[in-house]
Design a protein around this ligand. Structure first.
Ligand SMILES: C[S@@+](CC[C@H](N)C(=O)[O-])C[C@H]1O[C@@H](n2cnc3c(N)ncnc32)[C@H](O)[C@@H]1O
Length: 248
């Protein structure tokens, strides 16, 4: 079993690959897509969950998603065509998000859980800015340290800043937050329990398969890493941003 298959199983019960519940996702989409007929781009769209939810509830919306995972894009395409019938309004691009170019700008650019692909928060915003139409919105999800982290947590998750510094860096880069959501303790916990629980359940349901032991061990290791190394220090913020210069 490769990493992508394992990720697909881990997200069975929590298809949004970030610590956000359905209400939070819905509210962020409402804030970022106020008209309902926007052109939306998701950089690092994974299985397209954000775009699929936006398309399903907004019949005049058009969406494009970019990801390097063929497996995740195939899932997005299948859900768009078979489950939702929105495939004519969704274009999926199998390529690196940093290499994506488009002739037309987008009214909203999303990127959740994928800032590492660009080399961090500010390079992700630079990429979003290149694709954004005037007065457009950027919806961005990013980790932060809620308390001082251990070196183990930094080694595991990367080097974030605290929430205030994260927002300060965004504002200094020319963006104005028009809304935001800090994931609750419950959202953070639900996400981790769902991921490692789904993997563990899969292993128990497939005891004779060649991957069963490895999957069970991975679920157990990742659960301990979360509980011991970063549960008490890591947080997640979702920002709804507009370019400050759009005021002119
Ligand atoms: C944590 S998942 C988030 C998926 C989705 N945004 C969500 O919140 O459900 C990160 C995604 O980024 C994708 N990714 C990683 N590096 C990338 C790159 N260089 N270009 C495009 N996508 C990338 C991965 O394949 C994965 O689907």
């Amino acid at each position: 079993m490769n990493r992508e298959e394992m990720s697909r199983i881990a997200h069975t019960e929590h298809p949004i690959k970030s610590p956000l519940d359905d209400d939070s996702v819905g509210r962020l989409l409402e804030r970022g897509l106020p008209r309902g007929n926007e052109r939306v781009l998701d950089l690092g769209c994974g299985g397209g969950e954000w775009l699929l939810r936006a398309l399903a509830t907004r019949p005049h919306l058009h969406a494009e998603g970019v990801d390097i995972s063929e497996d995740a894009l195939a899932q997005a395409a299948a859900a768009a065509a078979i489950d939702l019938g929105v495939q004519e309004r969704l274009v999926l691009h199998h390529r690196k998000a940093e290499d994506f170019v488009s002739a037309e700008p987008f009214d909203a650019v999303l990127s959740f859980g994928a800032t590492h692909a660009f080399g961090g928060l500010l390079p992700t915003l630079a990429a979003a800015r290149r694709h954004l139409a005037p007065n457009g919105h950027v919806l961005l999800g990013e980790g932060f340290w809620d308390r001082p982290p251990s070196q183990e947590a930094i080694d595991m998750l990367g080097n974030f800043t605290d929430l205030a510094t994260t927002v300060e860096r965004v504002v200094a880069d020319g963006w104005t937050p028009v809304d935001a959501h800090v994931s609750t303790r419950r959202e953070l916990d639900d996400y981790e329990w769902a991921c490692w629980g789904s993997l563990a359940a899969w292993a128990l349901d497939h005891p004779a398969g060649p991957d069963s032991s490895r999957v069970l061990e991975t679920a157990s290791t990742r659960r301990w890493e979360w509980l011991r190394a970063y549960r008490d220090t890591w947080g997640f913020v979702s920002l709804v941003l507009r370019r400050t210069s759009d005021r002119a």
